[in-house]
Write a protein that binds this ligand. Structure first.
Ligand code: NAG
Ligand code: NAG
Ligand code: NAG
Ligand code: NAG
Ligand code: NAG
Ligand code: NAG
Ligand code: NAG
Length: 686
C-alpha cells in the first residue's frame, strides 16, 4: 500500500496509530478481510438464460435490425479507433465499448452464431492489441487515457468470459483483465492518472468519476471469478476509484439533492453537482450505493441506494418508470425528454439493485421501465430509435421550437442517430441484460424467477442441483405463467410477486389445488419446495386498474406492469438517413396523428379488456394495436393545440371544456404507441 493512501477511509496501514486502527475498524468488516458483502440474489452466468416467446421475437428483431448490423456498417463501430479505424463521436472513445456491452448478451442470449462472430472478431482484435503496459483500447499515451470507455468494455468482457467459460477465449480475457488492472492500479497510485484530470489535460474526467460504480462492478466480478494473486490490487483499485468518485451517496442527502424543478435552478456546469444532474449518469448512479456497500461492508450505503431510487422517481420520474432528463434533469413536466441511454442504464441498475439488496420494489421498477419506457423509443422492427421520448407525444418529427435543455429539434423523431450517436450504440444492452437477469440463484439450493416474462433457464443451484425451467407466458400482456421444471434433486423454487398484485393471485402445482401466494415482504418472493423430477406450475396473478395522480389534474393509468396511453392513429412518413452504405432497414421517420389526441378522460369510467389465454402475439408486438389488451374510457375532446411542433403542458382544469359529446376511447399499452398521451387530463363526464 502506498504512503499517500494513509487517508484511505477504511484500511489499516502499518503507519497508523492504535486510535486510527480502532476508528478504521468500524468499517473493516468486509474491506479489511478483502471480502464482498453477499448479494441477496445472485446472477447466473451469461448463456444460462434464453429468451422465449415474445421476448425471443424482440431479441431476434434486434439481431435482424440496427443492433445486429452496426458491426458491419456503422462507422462508430466498424471504423472505431478500438479496431484500428478513425471514427469516434467524441474523445471519450466510448462508441465501441457501449456496443460491445450490449452485443455480447444479445449474441449469447439468442445463441446466434453470426452475432457471436462479430463479438469474437472484436475481442480478438482488441485483446491482441492490448498495449505492452497493459492498457486496453487505442490510447497510447497516459495523458490521453481515460478509464471511462473501459467500463462498458470490461462489463462486456466479463459477460463473454462467463459465456465462454472453459475456452481459450475466456482464459485470454481473464489474462488481459489481470494485466489491465495491474496497470490501472499503478496509474491510480500515480496521482490518479486516467481518472482525475491532470493539469493541462483536455479529457473530461467527470464521466469516469460519475460512473465509477460500473468499473467497480467489473473489478468485483473479477475478484469473484478469478482473483489469482491480485485480490489486494483489486481491492486497492476499488478504494482508489471510490475515493475520487463523484459521490452519489452524498448527493442523495437532504440539503444536497435538488428536489425542485431544475428549470428553476441556474445551470452551472462548473459547479461540483452538475454531473449528478446528467440523466445517463443518474441511470448508472442509481446502483452506486449498493456497489460500494459490497466492498466497504458499510450498511448505510444500502439505504443510500434506496433513497437514490425513491427521490429520483419522486422528483424526476416519468410514468413509464424512467428519469426525465433531456441531458439535464428537469422536473415532472410531460413535455420534457427521457433519453434512451438513460432508459437502458436505469433498467440495468434496477435489476442489479434487486440482486444486491433484494427489495421487490427494484424489480417492479425494472419491469416497468423494460415493458414501457424501452419499447416506446424503438420502431417495432428495431431499426430506428428516438434520442428522447416525451410523456405526452402526439407527433414525432422535426420540431420548430425546442422544449429540451440540450437536445436538438431532431431529438424526438425516430431514426439512425437523432441528436447524438450514443444511444445508437448503447441501446442494444436493454432487453438482452433484462433477459440475462430474469432468473437468479437464491440461497443454498434455490432458483428464483426475478423478472417476469417468457424466458428459460438451465443451471445449477449453489449446492449443485441441476435445474431447467421454461416459462410459457404472454406476460405482461396476460397474467398466467406456466412453468415446466425439471430437476435432478429437490430444490427451492421462488416466483416474484409484484407489489401491484391482489390477494387472489395463486399458484397450482401439477394441476393441483390453487394456493394463495404468500410473498416475502422484503423480496416479494413466494417459495415453492419442489421435488426432483418434472413439475408443472401454474402461476396466476390478479390485479386491477391503477390510477396514479400526476401534476395539474392529470393521471397515469396502469394495469399490471403496463402503462396505458391515449394513442392517436399513426401515419408514418419515411425519408433517407443519407448514410452511405446503410442497409435497407435504416430510415428516418416522421409520425403524424390521424385521429384526435387532445382528449380528457373520466377516470371513473375505466374498464379493462384482457387477453384471451389463447391469444397469439404478433412478432412486432410493440406496434400500434398489436397487444391484445386495452382499457376503455369515456373521454371528450378539449382545446389543446401543438405549440412549436409539440404538445405543451395540458390545459389546466379550469380551462378544460368538452368540444363535443363524450365518446368511448381505447387506451393501449404505452410501449406500443409511438404517439401517445400518458399524463391524461381528467374531467367529470358522467
Ligand atoms: C467458470 O465456471 C466455474 C464453475 O462453475 C466458476 O467457478 C467460475 O467462476 C467460472 N468462470 C468464469 C470466468 O465465469
Ligand atoms: C502510464 O502510467 C503508469 C503509471 O505510472 C505506468 O506504469 C505506465 O508505464 C505508463 N504508460 C505509458 C504508456 O506511459
Ligand atoms: C460519500 O458520501 C457518504 C454520505 O455522505 C459518506 O458517508 C462517505 O464518506 C462519502 N465517501 C467519500 C469517499 O467521500
Ligand atoms: C458556478 O459555480 C462555481 C463553483 O461553485 C462558482 O465559482 C461560480 O461562481 C458559479 N457561477 C455562476 C454563474 O453562478
Ligand atoms: C403545472 O402547470 C403549471 C401552470 O401551467 C406549470 O407551470 C407547471 O410546469 C405544470 N407542472 C408540471 C409538472 O407539468
Ligand atoms: C400522411 O402524411 C403525409 C405527409 O404529411 C401526407 O402527405 C399523407 O396524406 C398522410 N396520409 C394519411 C393517410 O393521412
Ligand atoms: C438527407 O438529404 C436531404 C437532401 O439534402 C435532406 O433534405 C435531408 O434532411 C437529409 N436527411 C437527413 C436525415 O439528414
Amino acid at each position: 500500500m502506498s504512503p499517500h493512501r494513509s487517508t484511505g477511509w477504511c484500511r489499516t496501514t502499518s503507519s497508523m496509530s492504535t486510535v486510527a486502527i480502532l476508528l478504521a475498524s468500524s468499517c473493516l468488516s468486509a474491506a479489511a478481510s478483502n471480502s464482498l458483502v453477499a448479494r441477496v440474489l445472485e446472477p447466473l452466468p451469461l448463456g444460462s438464460i434464453s429468451p422465449e416467446g415474445w421476448l425471443q421475437d424482440q431479441l431476434q428483431l434486434m439481431s435482424d435490425g440496427l443492433a445486429g448490423h452496426e458491426h458491419d456498417f456503422y462507422n462508430y463501430v466498424s471504423d472505431s479507433s478500438w479496431l484500428g479505424g478513425s471514427s469516434e463521436y467524441s474523445n471519450l472513445n466510448e462508441g465501441l465499448p457501449y456496443w460491445f456491452n450490449g452485443l455480447v448478451p444479445l449474441a449469447y442470449g439468442l445463441n446466434d452464431q453470426g452475432l457471436k462472430n462479430q463479438v469474437s472478431k472484436t475481442v480478438n482484435y482488441v485483446l491482441s492489441h492490448q498495449q505492452s503496459d497493459g492498457w486496453i483500447g487505442p490510447e497510447t499515451d497516459n495523458s490521453t487515457r481515460n478509464f471511462w470507455g473501459r467500463y462498458p468494455f470490461f462489463l462486456g468482457l466479463a459477460q463473454l468470459a462467463e459465456a465462454e467459460n472453459g475456452t481459450d477465449t475466456s482464459t485470454q480475457i481473464l489474462d488481459s483483465m489481470h494485466k489491465f488492472i495491474t496497470l490501472m492500479h499503478s496509474m491510480l497510485e500515480d496521482n490518479y492518472l486516467g481518472y482525475v484530470a491532470q493539469k493541462g489535460q483536455t479529457v473530461d474526467d467527470q464521466w469516469g468519476r460519475s460512473r465509477a460504480a460500473d468499473m467497480i462492478l467489473g473489478l468485483q466480478w473479477l475478484y469473484e471469478h478469478d482473483p489469482r494473486g491480485d485480490a489486494q490490487i483489486i481491492f486497492d483499485c476499488m478504494d482508489l476509484l471510490y475515493e475520487k468518485a463523484n459521490n452519489w451517496s452524498s448527493w442523495y442527502t437532504d440539503g444536497e439533492y435538488i428536489k425542485q424543478d431544475l428549470d428553476t435552478v441556474p445551470v452551472n456546469i462548473t459547479q461540483y453537482y452538475f454531473p449528478f444532474e446528467h440523466g445517463v449518469n443518474v441511470g448508472q448512479g442509481l446502483k452506486f450505493g449498493a456497489v460500494i456497500r459490497r466492498f466497504t461492508g458499510i450498511d448505510s450505503f444500502a439505504d443510500s441506494a434506496r433513497t437514490a431510487v425513491d427521490w429520483t422517481f419522486q422528483y424526476h420520474g416519468q410514468p413509464s418508470g424512467v428519469v426525465i432528463a433531456d441531458e439535464r434533469l428537469s422536473g415532472l413536466s410531460p413535455v420534457r425528454g427521457v433519453e434512451l441511454c438513460s432508459v437502458v442504464e436505469t433498467i440495468y441498475s434496477l435489476s442489479y439493485l434487486y440482486q444486491a439488496l433484494g427489495d421487490v420494489d427494484f424489480a417492479d421498477r425494472a419491469e416497468l421501465a423494460a415493458y414501457n419506457a424501452l419499447p416506446v423509443m424503438l420502431t417495432p422492427d428495431w431499426w430506428a430509435h428516438q434520442y428522447v421520448a416525451q410523456t405526452n407525444q402526439p407527433i414525432s418529427h422535426t420540431l420548430s421550437e425546442d422544449p429540451f435543455w440540450n437536445v436538438d429539434l431532431e431529438g424526438q423523431h425516430f431514426g439512425l442517430a437523432p441528436n447524438y450517436p450514443c444511444c445508437t450504440v448503447n441501446h442494444p444492452q436493454g432487453y438482452p441484460k433484462f433477459v440475462s437477469n430474469s432468473f437468479v440463484r437464491s440461497g443454498d439450493n434455490g432458483i428464483a424467477h426475478a423478472l417476469l416474462g417468457p424466458t428459460s433457464v438451465k443451471t445449477t443451484t449453489n449446492s449443485g442441483v441441476s435445474v431447467s425451467i421454461s416459462v410459457d407466458t404472454l406476460y405482461p400482456f396476460a397474467y398466467e405463467l406456466t412453468y415446466t421444471v425439471e430437476a435432478d434433486n429437490d430444490f427451492d423454487f421462488y416466483v416474484r410477486v409484484p407489489s401491484w398484485t391482489s390477494a387472489s393471485s395463486f399458484v397450482a402445482i401439477n394441476f393441483g389445488p390453487h394456493t394463495k401466494v404468500q410473498a416475502d415482504s422484503a423480496s416479494g418472493l413466494h417459495h415453492l419446495a419442489l421435488s426432483k423430477g418434472k413439475t408443472t406450475i401454474l402461476y396466476s396473478l390478479a390485479t386491477d386498474i391503477r390510477v396514479s395522480d400526476r401534476a395539474n389534474d392529470t393521471v397515469s393509468i396502469y394495469h399490471g406492469t403496463l402503462l396505458y396511453a391515449i394513442a392517436p392513429g399513426e401515419n408514418y412518413t419515411s425519408y433517407s438517413s443519407n448514410y452511405t452504405g446503410a442497409p435497407s432497414g435504416v430510415e428516418e421517420y416522421d409520425i403524424y396523428p390521424t385521429s384526435p389526441w387532445a382528449l380528457a378522460i373520466d377516470p371513473s369510467t375505466l374498464t379493462y379488456n384482457g387477453a384471451s389465454p389463447t391469444s397469439s402475439l404478433s412478432k412486432t408486438i410493440w406496434s400500434l394495436n398489436a397487444p391484445p389488451v386495452s382499457i376503455t374510457a369515456t373521454a371528450c375532446e378539449i382545446e389543446w393545440d401543438l405549440v412549436g411542433g409539440y404538445a405543451p403542458n395540458p390545459p389546466l382544469k379550469a380551462d378544460r371544456k368538452c368540444k363535443g359529446n363524450p365518446l368511448s376511447i381505447k387506451l393501449v399499452p404505452y410501449g406500443s404507441a409511438k404517439l401517445h398521451i400518458a399524463e391524461i387530463p381528467t374531467m367529470s363526464l358522467t
